[in-house]
Design a binder for this molecule. Structure first.
Ligand SMILES: [Fe+2]
Length: 248
């Protein structure tokens, strides 16, 4: 089984289309979506409609819960809150219902856990971005499975969790990926489809070939200028387009 992990799409339709084409090319059997379909970007309705048409299993991110009203918007800066409120007006009843129906975490198999932020308190959307963050999580009440996959930080990282409750960040070869030990626990930040913040402007996703035990970080080019033009056309904050071209 070849599994695709996507996260943090943020209404960036061209990036999602490029990633879905790449996923198809890689002959993946299923897509797991780790939250934040919307927010920041200019195509919320089209993005959700495309997600609904896929063979995927998803969970919510903080921007999604902000849009459907199940979390407070108090923690957001003005521009992000503005787009969340604008997004709410763009969705059809069916799209709103789909977004509302997603849960905070999912365990599709006993070996796989999905959460948008830290899985110990998933409704609080805490960031896990560094080895230190992963080590803190290892001291929580959770028993983490073979693979935990999150989004939220918009980074793309893989950590091995050792028996001494240490976390080692692993280097994943762009071409050949990395071989995972099926009996060891790993923590993956899947990468952001629609707003990468690791200095690489290409859309990001992750691939795990479960039978072969081979894990890959994937990147794919898309037309950033198209998104910038649509952000301007719809009167959304310009900076959400500028940052796409800078990868932060
Ligand atoms: Fe996000």
């Amino acid at each position: 089984m070849r599994i695709a992990f996507i996260a943090d799409i943020h209404s960036n339709l061209p990036a999602l289309e490029a990633v879905l084409a790449d996923i198809k090319k890689e002959s993946c059997d299923i897509i797991y979506f780790a939250g934040d379909a919307v927010g920041y970007g200019p195509w919320p309705a089209e993005t959700i409609s495309l997600l609904m048409s896929q063979n995927l299993v998803g969970i919510v991110g903080n921007h999604d819960t902000g849009v459907v009203g199940s979390s407070s918007l108090r923690g957001y800066y003005d521009a992000a809150r503005y787009v969340i409120e604008w997004t709410r007006q763009q969705l059809s009843a069916a799209q709103f219902e789909w977004l509302s129906s997603l849960s905070y975490t999912k365990t599709p198999y006993e070996w796989l856990l999905l959460s948008h932020g830290s899985p110990d308190y998933p409704q609080e959307f805490r960031y896990v971005a560094t080895a230190h963050d992963v080590e803190l999580l290892q001291h929580s009440h959770l028993k983490l499975p073979h693979l935990t996959v999150v989004g939220h930080s918009h980074l793309q990282r893989l950590f091995l969790m050792t028996s001494g409750k240490r976390a080692l960040e692993l280097s994943v070869d762009e071409e050949s990926g990395i071989s995972l030990d099926k009996n060891a626990p790993y923590f993956c930040i899947a990468g952001s489809v629609g707003q990468p913040r690791d200095g690489d402007t290409r859309a990001a996703w992750s691939l795990y070939d479960r039978e072969e035990g081979q894990f890959y970080f994937k990147r794919v080019e898309y037309d950033i200028s198209l998104v910038q033009k649509e952000i301007e056309r719809k009167g959304l904050p310009r900076n959400f387009g500028v940052r796409l071209a800078e990868g932060y």
